[in-house]
Design a protein around this ligand. Structure first.
Ligand code: SF4
Length: 378
């Protein structure tokens, strides 16, 4: 597949943002358990809720890092985050309090949820703590949705999810919140998603807190997804028709500046419930994604080369490699030219970005060894 090459100016800007030591992005899974078993889910549900010891270590880690930061982002991940509601509320509030104490900019925290437990009471608790952007998946109207999004016991889920959506629509919280409805597409639910878009238009389009995002189901591993008929054709026209029926354009895309995937950012980490550290939230069982672990004292230990390789797109300059490094990422043996001992979390301020000098070299980072004890790479 061909891929757009990113302009040097944009690449440089994104490189600096993605390696800045004054920013930290965390995706956190407080549990990998889920009460659903969606037929395309790539998770194996083997890890339960984060232990108290790991949770304490996570708080220590953030407490140590926060004073050095200018900005901090928090995204929840699962399993189903609401199965660990107490920790998600407590940790979000803890991070917000720390950020306020040190004058660190912390935008709203985000959370994907299957919405089975997103009652008004739970929503209010989360919004109060600082989780203010929710992503909820719908696979069509009831018949289609219930084929692919079932409970762990195989029961339908549409009615409960939709009931909760209508209930939270009636919520007036002190702080604003947003709900992005992700309309999953595959070959066998297109008609149902088109009909759902009309239903959603009637129920939610007038409320600016709700928006939709039609999105094709992808194969991110695991056996279940292999039995699903993934979209064969380009889905742009289907997505366009879904937006039209909902009654709004693609607002999210219109507002958002393009950004690299968080897995490609060196100042972004994914903390799993057992204290392991990863880059990608999809490649859960890939050895190259297991880059380190959180220690009890709140320090982290990680394999720098493994971590840096997730940002290989800064070397190729290709948009696809920075949009999603999951598919084409080189394996461990591949040397990376901008390797630096301290790139991930500490002093990268002196790193310099130089445009490629040869066609295959890609962008090259040089650094001042004497000042920063970093290896020179040119
Ligand atoms: S709700 Fe999410 S985590 Fe749970 S089974 Fe479905 S896709 Fe997987």
């Amino acid at each position: 597949m061909t891929s757009t090459v990113i302009s040097p100016a944009v690449l440089k800007q994104k490189f600096i943002q993605s390696s800045s030591p004054t920013h930290l992005g965390l995706a956190v899974s407080a549990t990998e358990q889920c009460n659903f078993r969606c037929t395309y889910c790539y998770e194996d549900f083997e890890i339960g809720e984060m232990s108290d010891a790991t949770y304490t270590a996570l708080k220590l880690f953030v407490a140590k890092r926060m004073p050095q930061l200018k900005s901090f982002t928090l995204s929840w991940f699962g399993g189903e985050p609401l199965l660990a509601l107490d920790k998600t509320v407590d940790f979000t509030r803890y991070c917000n309090d720390l950020a306020a104490q040190y004058g660190v900019r912390m935008p709203r925290a985000t959370m994907p949820t299957n919405a089975s437990a997103l009652t008004p009471k739970n929503l209010v608790a989360l919004v109060d703590a600082g989780v203010r952007h929710f992503m909820i998946s719908l696979d069509g109207q009831a018949d289609a949705h219930n084929q692919t999004r079932k409970t762990i016991g195989g029961k339908p889920t549409f009615d409960r999810v939709y009931r909760n959506l209508l209930a939270v629509r009636a919520c007036r919280t002190e702080q604003p919140f947003e709900i992005l409805l992700r309309l999953h597409l595959h070959e066998n639910n297109i008609a149902s998603q088109l009909a759902l878009a009309e239903q959603l238009s009637a129920d939610f389009a007038a409320d600016s807190r709700f928006d939709i995002l039609p999105i094709a189901v992808g194969d991110f591993g695991g056996a279940p997804v292999k039995s699903l008929a993934l979209l064969r054709s380009n889905s742009d026209s289907i997505k366009g028709e879904i937006y039209r029926r909902f009654g709004r354009g693609n607002q999210a895309a219109a507002q958002e500046e393009w950004d690299v995937c968080y897995a490609a950012k060196w100042n972004h980490l994914f903390i799993r419930p057992d204290g392991r550290i990863s880059k990608c939230t999809s490649a859960l069982n890939r050895a190259d994604n297991d880059i380190g672990r959180l220690l009890e004292n709140g320090e982290i230990e990680f394999d720098e080369q493994k971590a840096l390789l997730w940002g290989f797109g800064f070397q190729t300059g290709k948009k696809n490699d920075l949009d999603c490094p999951f598919f084409d990422k080189p394996q461990e043996q591949t040397p990376i030219r901008f390797y630096s001992k301290t790139t991930l979390l500490e002093n990268t301020a002196a790193l310099e970005f130089a445009p490629a000098r040869e066609a295959n070299n890609g962008p090259v980072v040089t650094s001042a060894v004497a000042e920063n004890n970093l290896p020179v790479i040119s």
